[in-house]
Write a protein that binds this ligand. Structure first.
Ligand SMILES: [Zn+2]
Length: 344
């Protein structure tokens, strides 16, 4: 910015000096006086241009937003639209518990005005160290730019005490709460609130977008519940325990898992137990996220006559979910309704 103003000043001065049209050696005193006056006017013009330029830059500065996972990112985009520059760290086909921490993430976090993360230990294996290395006071320690999505969410499966023994990666409670649209509303509110505070000039824009997003969810929730209502109480099997909030919202039972504990790979012994329970409960659908072992799910399905359905918690994780949070929920509801509605 300084360089640009200095250049303008130099150009201005050259122009003014060359248009006086007098030889530098004649009328030395008056030429100097004229030059000084021209110089003063030039400086004022340059300063005015500088102030105007700063105002323009500030008016168009977008909030620099970093979201940890694509579901959070999709909601940030719903609220922020084109008023924000958004970076999503995890890929939609990546396990959110085990994201590959690239050095470029540190640069993004260093420049962020806002960091939006789950706040419930989903990213505990990779995010804290990146944030520490980014050294950005705007996004840590309850700073205005740190959004912890879980605040206000009714967290489920929270143990009496934190216990990571045995490799359980849900030691602080089940962190996959965003597959419940009611929780998406809570998260949208946190995000809108933060954007409106940090970018007051666009406050109304963010609040209006939140209102629209909520209205869409209200309308769609009725539709989604209607589509799944006839399957109330039915058992599905999940590879990983990331569907509890979804199951509760839509009256399904997703309590059997191919993993013996979240984050622990399935053992033959555990799978034998699961297969027996599936037969007992008449569970006819196995759901599996893109980053988990589909072959294991296929094996279990073959042994029980069940159907495997590819699911994802993240927009873009499975074909047809790229459109955002609503597209993701549409896909989940439609594909599960289709699978559950199929005769065995
Ligand atoms: Zn998990």
């Amino acid at each position: 910015m300084m360089t640009r103003i200095s250049l303008v000043a130099a150009e201005n001065f050259k122009l003014n000096a060359s248009t006086t049209g007098e030889h530098p050696s004649s009328k030395r005193q008056s030429v100097t006086g004229v030059q000084r006056g021209v110089w003063n006017v030039g400086v004022s013009v340059v300063l005015m241009i500088g102030v105007w330029w700063l105002a323009v830059v500030n008016a168009h500065a977008k909030l620099n937003v970093v979201a940890t996972t694509p579901d959070i990112g999709a909601i940030a985009r719903e609220i922020g639209g084109e008023k924000i520059d958004l970076t999503i760290l995890a890929r939609p086909t990546e396990d959110p518990h085990f994201v590959d921490p690239k050095p470029s993430f540190i640069v993004k976090l260093n420049r962020a005005d806002v960091l939006i993360h789950g706040g419930a230990d989903l990213e505990v294996g990779w995010l804290p160290r990146l944030v520490e290395q980014a050294r950005n006071a705007k996004i840590v320690g309850a700073a205005k730019g740190e959004v912890r999505c879980c605040e206000g969410v009714q967290m489920l499966e929270v143990p009496e005490k934190l216990d990571r023994s045995g490799g359980d990666i849900h030691a602080a409670g089940n962190p996959h709460f965003l597959v419940d649209p009611e929780n998406a509303k809570i998260v949208a509110h946190h995000i809108a609130d933060t954007f409106a505070t940090l970018d007051a000039a666009n406050r109304e824009f963010y609040l209006e977008r939140e209102k629209q997003f909520n209205a869409t969810l209200e309308r769609k929730l009725v539709e989604w519940q209607e589509k799944l209502v006839s399957f109330k109480g039915q058992h599905l099997v999940a590879y990983h325990n990331s569907w509890l909030y979804f199951a509760n919202r839509f009256g399904l039972k997703i309590e059997l898992f191919l993993e013996p504990k979240p984050g622990i790979p399935p053992s033959p012994q555990h799978l034998t137990t699961v297969i027996a329970k599936m037969k007992e409960l008449n569970a006819r659908v196995v759901i599996v996220d893109p980053y988990l072992n589909r072959k294991t799910a296929d094996t279990v399905a073959r042994a029980t006559g069940a159907k495997v359905v590819s699911v994802t918690q993240f927009p873009g994780g499975v074909k047809g979910t790229e459109g955002g949070y609503v597209a993701l929920m549409d896909y989940l509801v439609n594909s599960l309704a289709a699978a559950l509605g199929t005769e065995k």
